[in-house]
Design a protein around this ligand. Structure first.
Ligand SMILES: Nc1ncnc2c1ncn2[C@@H]1O[C@H](COP(=O)(O)OP(=O)(O)OP(=O)(O)O)[C@@H](O)[C@H]1O
Ligand SMILES: [Mg+2]
Length: 374
């Protein structure tokens, strides 16, 4: 029987747990052509949510065209344009028909079409010969605008924070000016480097200032995990008690990727009458062990004061870090050293401030506890 759990890529369908509220809220934004900024820490499920949403749109036969553009790894405006062009084939299975419907918007550019040998679909790439990026972007945006006149569109730019690193002068501004004119398109910007992406949309000196509704994506609630996990394990004729699922979810602080990771390995274990605490611990330790090299390398990049500050956070559950006794317990001489270390650790997204200071990655936290013998 195929393992229904997966953790190295996006998940949809049976592997996708709940998110009902988020799906219906996003659909409402799409119908109203309201742009959205979807952001979270890494691996909370943004791309999965977008994919599931687009599947629902298709299944419900809503007359909305949907494009998911993955911007990770793009380093220039040219890459952005190429990826977006490549995404056009998600709108229509018959690409020639799509081109015909928007032909009046294509004036200066030449498109190269080829067959994708893996899917049999059409691959499109723009030819940049003798045409600069400005004209290319304009034509691309005209194509989208033209298409959206006959059918509502939602365009998800995933890992949108990459755009902030492009060096082309004025790209964000030019992109914004087109987006603002597209009244029948919902742009869904998604990203995981929180400080970068929220800075792009929340600072009044940036081009995307207030261009989208903020949509922070949280973790998945424990009560939603229970029926989903029970249902999938019931296929193996294994009944997982609610208390055990609660324990697993709590172990990984409701982090979607780690919980799938855990359940994937648990699925592979032989279950006689359920799973013993030994097996649960084994699976947990294996997950921590697997990331141990990565965490050792991360640890070695930190300064001594940052290391002490991490220990301070763990010893004090992230609160009262500036007490004389707390400082003394980790041999930190002054509070200003802690302030500086906290600020760098936040910038590196190793910790977050959520009332108290917390280690962002729960598996890194477990590794630290083990390594520091806490
Ligand atoms: N709704 C969900 N139900 C169950 N597991 C989920 C769900 N969403 C995400 N996951 C788990 O989290 C993993 C990461 O999901 P996804 O790639 O969608 O996250 P992301 O936020 O886009 O990550 P990144 O920050 O790397 O872009 C998935 O492989 C899956 O294991
Ligand atoms: Mg993603």
């Amino acid at each position: 029987m195929k393992n229904p759990f997966a953790y190295s890529n996006y998940v949809i369908g049976e592997s996708f747990c709940n998110r009902k509220k988020e799906l219906s809220e996003l659909l409402r934004y799409i119908k109203g052509s309201q742009n959205v900024l979807l952001y979270s820490h890494r691996r909370y499920g943004k791309s999965s949510l977008i994919r599931q949403l687009f599947c629902d749109i298709k299944e419900k036969n809503l007359n909305i065209g949907a494009m998911h553009i993955e911007l990770y790894g793009t380093i220039s405006e040219k890459d952005f344009i190429t990826r977006t062009f490549q995404g056009l084939n998600q709108l229509e299975s018959n690409f020639e028909r799509l081109l015909k419907s928007v032909s009046s918007a294509i004036k200066n550019i030449k498109l190269n079409l080829s067959i994708d040998s893996s899917t049999g679909g059409t691959l499109v790439s723009p030819s940049f010969e003798a045409i600069n990026e400005k004209i290319m972007l304009e034509e691309l945006m005209n194509i989208l605008s033209k298409y959206s006149q006959k059918r509502k569109l939602v365009i998800a730019f995933d890992e949108f924070q990459e755009v902030a690193n492009y060096t082309e002068e004025g790209f964000e501004k030019r992109l914004r000016s087109f987006i603002q004119q597209h009244s029948n398109i919902c742009y869904l910007f998604s990203g995981s480097q929180q400080h970068l992406i929220t800075e792009m949309f929340n600072s009044n000196n940036r081009a995307f200032y207030k261009l989208a509704e903020s949509f922070p994506l949280g973790k998945i609630e424990t009560k939603n995990y229970i029926p989903w996990v029970q249902n999938l394990f019931s296929r193996k004729n294994v009944h997982l008690p609610a208390e055990l699922i609660e324990e697993i979810v709590a172990k990984f602080e409701n982090h979607p990727m780690y919980i799938q990771n855990f359940l994937f390995h648990l699925w592979e274990k032989p279950a006689k009458k359920g799973f013993s605490p030994d097996i649960i611990n084994q699976v947990e330790n294996a997950i921590v062990e697997k990331r141990s090299l990565e965490h050792t390398i991360l640890w070695e990049t930190l300064s001594i004061n940052q290391k002490k500050t991490l220990k301070l956070i763990l010893l004090n559950n992230g609160a009262n870090l500036f007490n004389a006794d707390s400082l003394k317990s980790v041999n930190l001489k002054t509070g200003s050293l802690v302030t500086r270390a906290l600020s760098s650790l936040i910038k590196k997204e190793i910790i977050v401030k959520n009332g108290n200071y917390q280690i962002q990655d729960v598996v890194f936290k477990k590794w630290l506890q083990k390594t520091l013998s806490l």
